[in-house]
Design a protein. Structure first.
Length: 166
């Protein structure tokens, strides 16, 4: 069993100005003992808040190199946390993501989380949770900073080409 002091803590938040509108996400990844901490953010020209919330978690999971360490994910996105904790994602996968919003990202989440021992927790947003507040500032700054990145999954969905993955 892994030493609990070696677990990885991930904090994320997403933002979209206008929803849809310019968006961004913020990530903090740190070790449980606090010895290591890294922050990341990325902005997109046009996207939604839910996509940014989910994309933040995916990007954070992709950054984990040692998949043997347990991971705790903290997010203020009920949509994402409930989909995972309540097993909605398994039903969506069984139905090949038919009539599921953001199927491209849910499929990417499944790939990114494969082999990682993770637990996900909901934190109340804008409630003085230090890491959540920092992630929010990173996400909003990324959204406001004239982002050039394209959320291709969102673009395809509004052009009528993103309804199905299969």
């Amino acid at each position: 069993m892994s030493d609990t002091n070696n677990k990885i803590l991930i904090y994320t938040d997403g933002s979209a100005l206008g929803n849809p509108g310019p968006g961004g996400y913020g990530i903090i990844i740190k070790t449980h003992d606090g010895k290591l901490k890294k922050t990341f953010s990325k902005g997109f020209k046009l996207t939604t808040n839910n996509r940014m919330e989910l994309m933040a978690i995916i990007d954070a999971l992709k950054k984990i190199k040692d998949k043997k360490l347990p991971v705790e994910i903290y997010s203020d996105a009920k949509y994402v946390v409930d989909a995972i904790k309540q097993g909605w994602i398994n039903k969506w996968r069984a139905n090949r993501f038919a009539k599921t919003k953001n199927p491209d990202l849910w499929l990417e989440f499944l790939k990114a989380s494969d082999g990682i021992d993770y637990k996900i927790f909901w934190v109340k947003g804008h409630n003085n949770h230090a890491e959540n507040e920092e992630c929010d500032r990173l996400a909003v700054k990324a959204a406001k900073n004239n982002p050039e990145n394209i959320d291709t999954g969102y673009q395809q969905s509004i052009n009528g080409k993103g309804d199905t993955l299969f």
